[in-house]
Design a protein around this ligand. Structure first.
Ligand SMILES: [Zn+2]
Length: 65
């Protein structure tokens, strides 16, 4: 949906790194390299990034009834 502002497990603020991560992976860099360079060392934070998918705009098309 939307990247969590902080890592669920350890509380490290991570949301500000998401756009750069997404852009660099889309440009063909490996996810491991980008995560290492962004300073995300703990696997809890890394898993948030690897499992993240932006679909808030898709969900927004459906209304509650
Ligand atoms: Zn974490």
């Amino acid at each position: 949906m939307i990247i969590p502002v902080r890592c669920f497990s350890c509380g490290k603020p991570i949301a500000h790194l998401w756009e750069e991560f997404k852009k660099r992976v889309a440009d063909g860099e490996s996810a491991k390299k980008v995560l290492d360079e962004l300073g995300l060392e703990r696997y809890c934070c890394r898993s948030v990034f690897l499992g993240q998918e932006d679909y808030i705009e898709l969900v927004g098309k459906f209304k509650k009834s």
